[in-house]
Design a binder for this molecule. Sequence first.
Ligand code: HEC
Length: 110
Amino acid sequence: MKMFNGYFSLLALASTAICATSAHAAPDMQALAEKSGCFSCHSMQTKVVGPAFVDVAAKYKGDAEAPARLAQKVREGGKGAWGRIPMPPHPNLKEDEALQLVNWVLSAGS
Ligand code: HEC
C-alpha cells in the first residue's frame, strides 16, 4: 500500500510539471505582460498606442527570425514598423523573459 501512495504522488508531481510548461503558459505570460506594463500601450485585439498583439502575430506569421528580433526591440525600444510612435525600451526584462513574451504575442489569435 505504501508503494502505491508513492506512485500516485509521483504521478501528481509529474502532471503538475506538465501543466506548468504547457497548459498554463498563457496565463503566466499574461501576468508578466501586465507586470511589465505592456498593456498600457497594447491590447490583444485592438490598437492602443502600439499595435494589437493579434496584428503583430499576423504580420510576422511564418517569419522564423521575428521572435529574436522583436525580443531585442522590446528590450531596446524602437520604431518604424507600425508608424511614427516609438516603443520605449524595457531594460528590466531579462532576455529570456522578453523572448517568452514575444513568443506569446506571436501566438495571439491562434
Ligand atoms: C509606452 C508604450 C508601449 C509600451 C509600454 C509597450 N509597447 Fe510595444 N509597441 C509600442 C509601439 C508604439 C509600437 C510600434 C513600434 C513601431 O512602429 O515600430 C510597439 C510595438 C511592439 C511590437 C511589434 C514590434 C515590431 O517591430 O513590429 C511588439 C512585439 C511589442 N510592441 C511588444 C511589447 C511588449 C511585450 C511590451 C511589454 C514588455 C510592450 N510592447 C510595451 C508601444 C509600447
